[in-house]
Design a protein around this ligand. Structure first.
Ligand code: SF4
Length: 465
């Protein structure tokens, strides 16, 4: 438990430095290290955050050491896509009962579950997640995992992020810590290359990364590890031999990127594959970092050629959408890296931003939003449903882009809505994704049902007469 406390402190330190910029350093640390109040984990506990961050590693069995309820439904809780294994989507839990806990059987049950998974599914590795109950009764999952690793000659990785230690965001960071401590650097790759990179915080939602990878392939840049989206265990384990890295979701794995830079001298930058200029800039920065680390300088020139070709193609394809979308007013209620990258992408196709939220965004993300929008009053923190409803009407939005939780606010305001968060069904990354985004917004705004929906209901018409 003491090592868990130290790990949490370290991760909290990261949160403090990123999130609470307006306070002094002491106040920041004091606030971030404050214990959780009951109910704070509503909307995602630390365990949930750790599992969300690691589950897309597809050939790993994810075993939840807990009573049944912590696991919930692991099938399609997010739209991360796999190009091969499906093991990651199967629910494994030790399903502890009161008898197991009272009789002290839980560690034995965990060991047995690991053996059953190894025999029945032959996974590349097993990740074991601690939860509130098993942490509170003092189960030492580190020791059980170590014993299982030695006995079964299979990597069994403890992920210490029980729900009560903090928020989902903290869980994301503890997941990175688990990879750093137990996985990354444990396998040496066969042929390390001068153009190998890591992409961190890319979840491959709806197969988004598959729209970007072909661009990197054309440049001869090899993605050694995309963590976690569509990753394989061995790719993650050998990620320390990459020459450069890009973090896509900066809240999830930026601490991991920093620590990999310190430990293995892998330089990184925070970027985005949303929008045309965002994608082009990301490709240029990847090439730049690789050349600085020893790759052939012709990579820079080849990148410029590719960017010019792709941009020309995508602008041509977007021509059809521009007159239909230009000047349309959009309210964005998302967060993190999307708070600025999607804003930028929408402005590129001529849409007008009437507001964007910056919840879960880092200080750097917030700075970028401000630079892009140049108007402070368009940026808001999270809002109550009532406030969001009023904002949509006040600012005369034509569409809201957000996650599923707020879709009914837009529909109540009789406005189109498009899912931009993790449950989305369309891939919006890369040049290809930009065309898809324009298409989906066009379909939503110009759906012929809206004029009918906005007509007064028959009984209202009767009242008017
Ligand atoms: S880990 Fe704790 S907070 Fe999270 S789901 Fe389980 S019991 Fe609830």
């Amino acid at each position: 438990m003491s090592s868990l406390n130290a790990k949490n402190k370290d991760a909290f330190h990261e949160l403090a430095s990123e999130k609470s910029g307006s306070k002094g350093p002491k106040a920041r640390l004091r606030n971030c290290a404050r214990p959780m109040a009951p109910g704070t984990a509503v909307g995602g506990c630390a365990f949930d955050g750790a599992k969300v961050a690691l589950q897309p590693i597809t050939d790993v069995a994810h075993l939840i050491h807990a009573p049944l309820a912590c696991e919930g439904n692991s099938w399609d809780n997010r739209g991360a896509a796999s190009s091969g294994p499906t093991l990651w989507r199967t629910s494994f839990t030790t399903d502890l009962t009161e008898i197991d806990i009272v009789m002290g059987h839980s560690e034995r049950k965990l060991f047995k579950a690991i053996r059953e998974i190894k025999d029945g599914y032959a996974p590349a590795a097993i990740f074991v997640y601690s939860t509130c109950v098993t942490a509170m009764i003092g189960d030492d999952i580190d020791v059980v995992c170590k014993r299982a690793t030695d006995e079964f000659a299979l990597p069994v990785v403890p992920v210490n992020a029980p729900g009560f230690v903090g928020s989902k965001n903290l869980g994301n960071k503890l997941a990175g810590e688990a990879l750093l401590k137990h996985v990354i650097g444990t396998v040496e790759p066969d042929e390390p290359g001068l153009c190998d990179i890591n992409i961190l915080g890319e979840f491959n939602l709806s197969g988004e990364f598959w729209q970007v990878k072909p661009l990197l392939d054309k440049l001869g840049v090899r993605v050694r590890a995309c963590i976690p989206g569509d990753a394989r265990y061995l790719q993650v384990a050998s990620a320390h031999r990459s020459r450069a890295a890009m973090t896509v979701c900066s809240t999830a794995f930026v601490a991991l990127a920093r620590k990999m830079q310190e430990r293995w001298d892998i330089p990184f930058f925070e970027g985005s594959f949303y929008g045309i200029s965002g994608t082009s800039e990301a490709l240029r920065r990847i090439a730049d970092l690789l050349v600085k680390k020893g790759a052939d300088p012709s990579l820079l020139h080849r990148t410029e050629i590719l960017v010019a070709e792709e941009e020309e193609k995508v602008w041509k394809r977007l021509e059809a959408y521009r007159p239909r979308l230009e000047g349309k007013r959009v309210l964005l209620n998302t967060g993190g890296v999307k708070s600025w990258s999607v804003v930028h992408a929408l402005m590129e196709i001529g849409m007008e931003i009437v507001g964007t939220s910056v919840k879960k965004s880092t200080l750097e993300d917030r700075e970028r939003v401000k630079q892009t929008l140049k108007e402070e009053n368009l940026v808001f923190e999270s809002m109550s449903p009532r406030e969001l409803f009023s904002l949509l009407l006040e600012r005369k939005a034509d569409i809201m882009l957000s996650g599923g939780r707020t879709q009914y606010i837009a529909l109540k305001a009789k406005l189109p809505w498009l899912d931009i968060n993790q449950e989305r069904h369309h891939a919006y990354a890369g040049y290809e994704g930009m065309v898809q985004l324009a298409r989906q917004i066009d379909l939503a705004i110009h759906n012929p049902m809206w004029p009918q929906v906005r007509e007064p209901a028959p009984w209202e018409q009767a009242l008017v007469v």
